[in-house]
Design a protein around this ligand. Structure first.
Ligand SMILES: NC(=O)c1ccc[n+]([C@@H]2O[C@H](COP(=O)([O-])OP(=O)(O)OC[C@H]3O[C@@H](n4cnc5c(N)ncnc54)[C@H](OP(=O)(O)O)[C@@H]3O)[C@@H](O)[C@H]2O)c1
Length: 353
């Protein structure tokens, strides 16, 4: 077998890490490629689910004795603590690895320190290889660990003229089945789905991740969160159907903002505490406006249908913008056609303080 450069191995490790997306929370996604002393691939692995073996352990098991004198190429600094599994730093030392190449240091104070432990054992450690790419693959987890609240993706559906429903209130279905299937796949990658009580009262959504054709529920369901200041969610609402965990977050439980409604920053802090690293904000327009006004949205995924309504509610209400100079600027990162619709992905540009 031909030898592989560390850079190629890191590219492969990043691709491996992505296979765990949506299944590892509250842990990160991690990929690892183990090169033997001749630089040939001796093992590879990724972290597949929380509580399961870490990427390094899977790769070490595959490599066996070939790990001795070899190089471990890992997307995230190996952990240095005993959680549900033992410290990867110790496993790498025990296997006799000579060099460890890491893309991104671990920001989690509980697990970090792996690089120092490895160095203390005489192992050569390099940090920062393909860091930007690895960071992008783990953006939700890294962001939420660094600042203590989840990475929030606001998803909405609208017509080409930005309407989320017709003048008579009918809104089913603005976008195509292909777009809705795409949304269910997106729900499968997050730990929580958030909606306002207005949406629950108007549409009675299930907010589960499921196969749209036969209704089968995905194995892993995000926590359903209804933002409901005074507890107006009806007992018979579908979000309370037991198909997935649900939290009706009231102002009494979370705390109230100045307007008396649920304090959104406190809500996100509590979700982080409950292990939520990525959350999908599914509306509606009032809640989305409040999240945007508070600067709490990290990414926007808009599904835009080739339809015009000319009247009816818009996909976004008051977001704290009254003059064009204050418009929330977005950086488009992707535009993809999904069935007949467009899926537009954008990042809000950080505002000057
Ligand atoms: N096109 C789309 O993508 C999309 C997605 C979802 C919904 N919708 C449509 O949106 C419509 C419902 O609109 P909506 O604006 O009433 O729904 P919403 O945004 O889901 O819910 C708004 C409600 O959330 C509660 N809330 C609690 N804390 C809040 C806070 N800090 N800031 C803002 N709101 C807070 C408020 O009620 P309390 O104060 O009583 O708690 C508020 O009235 C439906 O017709 C639905 O079809 C469209």
């Amino acid at each position: 077998m031909a030898s592989v450069s560390v850079d190629e191995a890191m590219r492969r490790a990043i691709a491996l890490a992505a296979r765990g997306l949506g299944a590892t929370s509250p842990n990160p996604v991690v990929g690892c490629v183990l090169l033997d002393a001749d630089g040939e691939v001796a093992g590879e692995g990724f972290h597949a689910y929380a509580g399961g073996p870490h990427a390094e352990i899977v790769a070490l098991a595959q490599a066996g004795r070939r790990a001795r004198g070899g190089t471990a190429v890992v997307t995230l600094e190996p952990c240095d603590h005993t959680g549900r599994t033992g410290p990867c730093s110790h496993a790498l030392i025990a296997a006799g690895v000579a060099r460890v190449v890491v893309a991104v240091p671990d920001p989690n104070p509980v697990a970090s320190g792996g690089a120092a432990t490895l160095r203390a054992a005489g192992i050569q450690v390099e940090l920062g290889v393909r860091a930007e790419e690895a960071e992008a693959g783990n953006v939700a987890w890294l962001t939420s660990m660094r600042r203590g609240w989840p990475y929030v993706i606001w998803k909405y559906a609208a017509t080409l003229d930005g309407r989320s429903a017709a003048a008579d209130g009918t809104s089913m279905w603005i976008t195509s089945e292909a777009a809705r299937i795409d949304v269910h796949a997106l729900r499968g990658t997050v730990d929580a789905v958030i909606a306002g009580v207005g949406t629950v009262l108007a549409d009675d959504p299930r907010l589960t991740a499921r196969n749209l054709r036969d209704g089968t529920l995905a194995i892993r369901q995000p926590l359903r969160v209804v933002v409901d200041s005074s507890g107006r969610t009806p007992a018979e609402a579908r979000v309370r159907d037991g198909a997935a965990r649900t939290w009706v977050a009231t102002a009494a439980e979370v705390g109230a903002g100045r307007d008396g409604r649920v304090d959104l920053a406190a809500l996100l802090a509590e979700l982080h505490h409950r292990g939520v690293r990525a959350a999908l904000l599914e509306g509606g327009p009032t809640l989305a406006g409040a999240f945007l006004a508070a600067g709490l949205v990290d990414k926007i995924v808009g599904y835009v249908a080739p339809k015009l309504l000319g009247a009816g509610p818009t996909a976004l209400l008051d977001a704290g913008v009254t003059t064009i100079a204050d418009a929330i600027d977005l950086e488009l990162t992707d535009v993809t056609q999904v069935g007949p619709d467009l899926r537009i992905t954008a990042l809000p540009r950080k505002r000057e303080a």
